[in-house]
Design a protein. Structure first.
Length: 228
């Protein structure tokens, strides 16, 4: 399936999924990753993600490719992380620059970059240039997932982008984060109107719906970032 414009000429929706390179200890997490991938593929939503083939990362990617084909997935991974966020499929094939990459027919297209900043910038740019329904979804994960999620929410607050940011709150994983946001509002560190920059959903269908119906906060900072 092609990842270019849709039949009516608009750009295809692109969702960046932040999630763990581990499957987690609760089977509900890997099942949520599969369900998200399935619904994205069925709704013609392309994936951009961190490029790993293990954990929740790999599950979302290979699920989409199995339904929609390799053009529907773009993984972007820093060179230093290749040896950590990979399985055995990384060992056989190299790209034009000599980097080991996973099998495209299983995980989609993979781009190896030099550093984390380039990875995050490229992922965000694809989403920003995507069609209606594009945005960012966070499945459970560790420090890296949380860092990317909050940076993306901060970029929204600063006016760098206006795409939806949604946490897929499986098994109450993000309850603590949502309580912290409420506390930050109550204590005067986050404007009330910006509390919902980061929205929540309890299942994949709700997460994709939240991005389609996302409302930009009127309390965001009106900053001019030029072409950043």
């Amino acid at each position: 399936m092609a990842s270019g414009p849709t039949s009516n000429g608009t750009s295809r929706a692109k969702v960046c999924v932040y999630c763990g390179a581990s499957p987690g200890d609760n089977p509900a997490y890997i099942e949520a990753a599969r369900e998200l991938g399935k619904l994205m593929a069925e709704n013609n939503v392309d994936l951009v993600y961190g490029g790993g083939t293990v954990g929740l990362m790999g599950e979302v990617a290979k699920t989409i490719v199995s339904i929609a084909g390799p053009d529907a997935v773009h993984g972007i991974i820093p060179e230093a992380l290749v040896k950590w966020e990979r399985d055995s499929t990384y060992s056989a094939k190299k790209d034009a620059n000599g980097y080991h990459v996973p099998e495209e027919q299983v995980y989609g297209r993979t781009t190896v970059v030099k550093d984390m900043h380039t990875r995050k910038q490229m992922m965000a740019r694809e989403v920003i240039e995507g069609g209606p329904g594009s945005g960012f979804i966070a499945l459970p994960g560790g420090y890296g997932t949380m860092e990317e999620l909050l940076e993306t929410a901060t970029w929204n607050q600063l006016g760098i982008h206006n795409k939806g940011v949604c946490v897929l709150n499986i098994n109450g994983f993000y309850d603590g984060l949502m309580q912290w946001i409420k506390k930050a509002v109550d204590e005067g560190f986050v404007k009330t109107g910006n509390a919902e920059i980061l929205v929540t959903a309890s299942n994949a269908e709700g997460a994709l719906k939240a991005l389609r119906e996302y409302k930009v906060s009127d309390a965001r900072y009106g900053l001019n970032w030029g072409s950043e």
